[in-house]
Design a protein around this ligand. Structure first.
Ligand code: ADP
Ligand code: MG
Length: 259
């Protein structure tokens, strides 16, 4: 059935950096509405996988497909426009711009007015920007009311947890089919992390079609959110299954506890 078919699929993905094999023959699939967790120790290849999916890295071999269409080889901005949005492990916000403007920037792939047109047809450009601002306001409110209340503050003044929320709101501004989160809880304490996870959960609940891939270092979080977990270690797929299934696998426990 079309519902059980993969929305996003990776086959045989290998990524070499000189002599280093950062990813070796990894397969994955993600269905519409599904939450997939990617776990594994530092250096396992988790961010590399996201970089391949989003076109920042071109895999040495293998392919990534969105709804059957080959993505690898396409530039990153076109992949975003096709419906894949992400956040980064370390925050990439425009610190001096307001919270609201940071979300509006996430809308750029949907804006049609180019710079020349903006100058010669200012009214059209302004209408498009107004529409983007309205959408951005709605997203901020939906992700977190407290964040929305701070929408005119420079993003750089926000505490870490709110910066994470803002990055998620910005990613959602492109109205993605797939959202990729790279260690959203990094650098946060347990109570901030729990609150962020609640917000991520409500983002998903409001978007039953959205497929989410979430990288986490912290096993505790993986227990609560994803339906399925993929375990990477040294660039290899170590295991895949529900959290309850994979956590009992001795090699998974070793990968986590052995180092
Ligand atoms: P993780 O996100 O699981 O901690 P990464 O995907 O960032 O791991 O890294 C996997 C391996 O690939 C590491 O050994 C890392 O040093 C290496 N690596 C990642 N990106 C590059 C790059 N651009 N150039 C060289 N080596 C890289
Ligand atoms: Mg990483």
């Amino acid at each position: 059935t079309p519902e059980s078919r993969a929305l996003l699929e990776g086959k045989d993905l290998t990524m070499r950096f000189g002599g280093l094999v950062a990813m070796a023959e990894v397969d994955f699939s993600l269905r519409k509405g599904e939450v997939l967790g990617i776990i594994g120790p530092n250096g396992a290849g988790k961010s590399t996988l996201l970089n391949i999916i989003t076109g920042l890295y071109v895999p040495s071999s293998g392919e990534v497909r969105l709804e059957g269409e080959l993505l690898n080889g396409q530039p990153a901005h076109r992949i975003v426009a096709k419906g894949i949005a992400r956040t980064f492990q370390s925050s990439r916000l425009f610190a001096d711009l307001s919270v609201l403007d940071n979300v509006i920037i996430g809308r750029h792939t949907h804006m049609k007015t180019g710079i020349f047109e903006a100058i010669f047809n200012r009214r059209k450009a302004e209408a498009e920007l107004d529409a983007a601002a309205e959408l951005a306001e709605g997203l901020l409110k939906a992700v977190s009311r407290e964040l929305h209340a701070q929408r005119h503050r420079p993003a750089g003044e926000l505490p870490q947890a709110d910066r994470r929320r803002l990055e998620i709101a910005r990613a959602l501004a492109s109205e993605p089919k797939v959202l990729l989160l790279d260690e959203p809880s990094s650098g946060m304490d347990d109570s901030d992390t729990d609150a962020l996870m609640d917000d991520i959960r409500s983002v998903c609940a409001e978007r039953p079609e959205l497929a989410l891939m979430i990288i986490e270092h912290d096993m505790r979080l993986i227990a609560s959110l994803p339906q399925r977990v993929l375990v990477l270690d040294y660039g290899q797929k170590l295991a895949e299954g529900t959290y309850e299934e994979v956590r009992l696998i001795p090699r998974v426990q070793e990968a986590y506890l052995g180092r």
